[in-house]
Design a binder for this molecule. Sequence first.
Ligand SMILES: Cc1cc2nc3c(=O)[nH]c(=O)nc-3n(C[C@H](O)[C@H](O)[C@H](O)COP(=O)(O)O)c2cc1C
Length: 220
Amino acid sequence: MEAMENIKSRRSYRAFKPDPIPGEVMQEVIEAASNSPAYMSTQPWEVAVVTGKKKDQLSDKLLELAKTNAPATPDLLPPPPWPPELDERKHEHGTRRLKTLGIEREDKEGREALRLMNFEFYGAPCAVFLYLDGSLGEWSIFDMGLFTQTLLLAAHARGIGSVIQASVTDYAPEIKDFLGIEAHKKLLVCIPMGYPDPDALINSYRSIKKKPEEFVTWCE
Ligand SMILES: Cc1cc2nc3c(=O)[nH]c(=O)nc-3n(C[C@H](O)[C@H](O)[C@H](O)COP(=O)(O)O)c2cc1C
């Protein structure tokens, strides 16, 4: 796929076919992501690729925690209150996504079912976890963002759909313990990956993007 087309057509997918991603394809995608820029070339990224029984067991564990509303202890602080403009965008995203699925805002059960899909990795055959050493600071988190987007774009170039998840990292200590990741590492995101299910209603949802004229100042 041409690079510009790849960037423009990348979007989140939240339903997948059961087909596994061949190991060599996953290797290629991760290797491409390793070409990401990083502060003084420090390359803080660490990656766990979880598939098969291990992924199913982890999903069962997370689903249980989420269903029982077990206390959330993410490694990253939750975002502070959003300023009005961003809060409005967040609200619009939530409302439009529910509407796509025919779920009303008042429909608590429907909303809960949608929330819980996160903890099943939206049915993806592969869950990728990104983490870094706990001693690292904001610039390294910045680097992780660069790595994340490169990973997503490389996957997209190979027909693999993905969605970044912060929600799942509510249970960071449990995930790290289950995957044998040292407790002092900082778990950033989970990224379910797989071949998108084109027939799933949830995949028909598209987010609205800000236009450049809304965020660019041209200084001449
Ligand atoms: C840091 C971060 C955390 C996110 N967490 C979740 C999540 O927990 N669950 C989910 O369904 N989507 C999650 N998303 C996906 C966003 O909702 C999505 O990227 C946004 O709506 C824009 O849509 P697009 O990716 O299709 O362009 C997350 C995205 C980012 C960057």
